[in-house]
Design a protein around this ligand. Structure first.
Ligand code: GAL
Length: 464
């Protein structure tokens, strides 16, 4: 009898724990057969845009941490970049930007998010290259002339080699170098550029570069990962405050760009999957949102990483929040001391060419989650890698439906920047991932609008 009661008791505890985990941010699934994805509405003045990042499109980024990384193998004969690719000439966007601006106009977009390549602007410590500064000034003017509003990202995964040699963002004291660069470029363009993103996806850079070791500098150390997250958050807060007191600071919007992948349990009823997912959500999503609502950045994975940091200035350090959203990553627990989980795309969902599937309901959830910050939201990235171009249209229509639904239920979303305008250098995936609205033949640099991208063009035309 006692045994049966104990079993019953444990069963109840188990069920209660599962209910607790499942209630936090439940995995939504809509009945798409009953939904009308053309039923869209967007607020007056909603911004339709597209996004890129310097290293992925410009070409000749040969003085930064990624360039250094691309040149080497990883020591065991494996390529660091898929197919042994190097970013090289990329999309030659540095010289072809006038054509690319015409492509934007052809799509009907009115906003362009791009990043400045720090290593071109400050190739040596403290020495600024006037030609590079002038280049971006010309690009800004060309965009404005075309009626396209520029949004600048100050840091999108790349930094100069001299900064890398100093230890990059592993060292808190190096934040001062980044701040100096930001102040310099802000003074150059803030008379014309009204939207500024400080740092792109702190959590992605920290994980890939310092935990998984797939990105430069290829480290695998949870504690360093945590420190880098802390330092990048500090960099954001300091840069925000420094720019706000410069001329035009009060006239522009400045915000961080946060990526959200939800770590849903692969088996909803499985305690270990729920626990692993909860831990990952805590470390990569909640911790950053908490930092901006409480000033405290706290992450803890036993034996792996402990960070507890407080800065009250974090509380008012965003005029908006940028959200990058692609999908969720269902987590399956493994009995392996060194690698206690794996990600698995749900077989019931349509795959993309990346490791994750199409999951528009997650976009809705992410908008609600990021909305907890109480800030205006710009969707600074959203898009699909789809080599065959047989899912892009579907993706665009469903994700924009989710966006519209989030707005109609109260989310304060002001704009949407599709990732990406062009096929480009997809970091460790090289050139094999095709995210572009425009396909590029990298032998000829010819750009062609993808059929699937027409869905975006049509929605913009209907809702502009
Ligand atoms: C984001 C990143 C972009 C791009 C995109 C597609 O995480 O900011 O640079 O690579 O993913 O995977």
């Amino acid at each position: 009898m006692d045994f049966i009661f104990s079993l019953l008791f444990l069963g109840i505890i188990y069920v209660l724990l599962i209910i607790y985990f499942r209630s936090r941010d439940p995995e939504l699934h809509w009945n798409w057969a009953r939904l009308n994805v053309d039923d869209l509405s967007f607020p007056e003045g909603f911004i339709w845009g597209a996004a890129t990042a310097a290293h992925q499109v410009e070409g000749a980024c040969d003085n930064n941490n990624w360039h250094a990384w691309e040149q080497g193998g990883d020591g065991d004969g494996r390529d660091r970049i898929r197919g042994g690719a190097v970013s090289g000439a990329a999309c030659e966007h540095w010289t072809r930007y006038p054509e690319d601006i015409r492509l934007m106009s052809n799509l009907g977009i009115r906003a362009y998010r791009f990043s400045l390549e720090w290593s071109k602007i400050e190739p040596e410590e403290g020495k600024f290259n006037q030609a590079a500064l002038d280049h971006y000034s010309v690009v800004v003017d060309a965009l404005l002339t075309a009626g396209i509003e520029p949004m600048i990202t100050l840091y999108h995964f790349t930094h100069p080699i001299w900064f890398m040699k100093k230890g990059g963002f592993e060292k808190l004291e190096n934040v001062a170098f980044f701040q100096r660069f930001c102040e310099k470029v802000f003074n150059e363009y803030s008379d014309r550029v009204k939207k500024w993103c400080t740092i792109n996806e702190i959590e992605v850079e920290a994980t890939q570069s310092y935990f998984k070791g797939d990105w430069p500098p290829g480290k695998q150390d949870g504690q360093i990962m945590g420190k880098v997250m802390q330092h990048l958050l500090e960099a954001h807060v300091r840069v925000y405050r420094a720019l706000k007191i410069l001329p035009n600071g009060d006239k522009v919007e400045i915000g961080l760009v946060k990526n959200i992948f939800q770590f849903d349990p692969w088996r909803p009823w499985h305690l270990a999957d729920n626990l692993a997912g909860r831990l990952l959500n805590r470390v990569f999503n909640d911790s950053i949102i908490d930092f901006f609502t409480t000033g405290r950045f706290k992450i803890f994975i036993p034996g792996l990483v402990t960070v507890d940091h407080f800065n009250s200035q974090a509380l008012h350090s965003n005029d908006f929040i940028g959200l990058n959203y692609y999908s969720h990553l269902p987590v399956k627990f493994k009995w392996d001391r060194n690698d206690f989980f794996e990600f698995r795309a749900r077989p019931t969902e349509i795959p993309t060419d990346m490791e994750y599937s199409i999951y528009p309901e997650g976009f809705y959830r992410a908008l609600k989650q990021i909305g907890k910050l109480g800030l205006p939201i710009y969707v600074t990235e959203n898009g699909i890698a789809d080599f065959q171009d047989d899912r892009r249209k579907h993706y665009i229509r469903r994700y924009l439906y989710a966006l519209s639904r989030a707005i109609s239920t109260g989310s304060d979303v002001r704009g949407y920047y599709y990732w990406s305008l062009l096929d480009n250098f997809e970091w460790a995936e090289g050139y094999e991932m095709k995210f572009g609205l425009y396909q590029i033949d990298f032998n000829t640099q010819k750009r062609v609008l993808r059929d699937g991208a027409v869905a975006y063009q049509e929605i913009i035309a209907r809702h502009d």
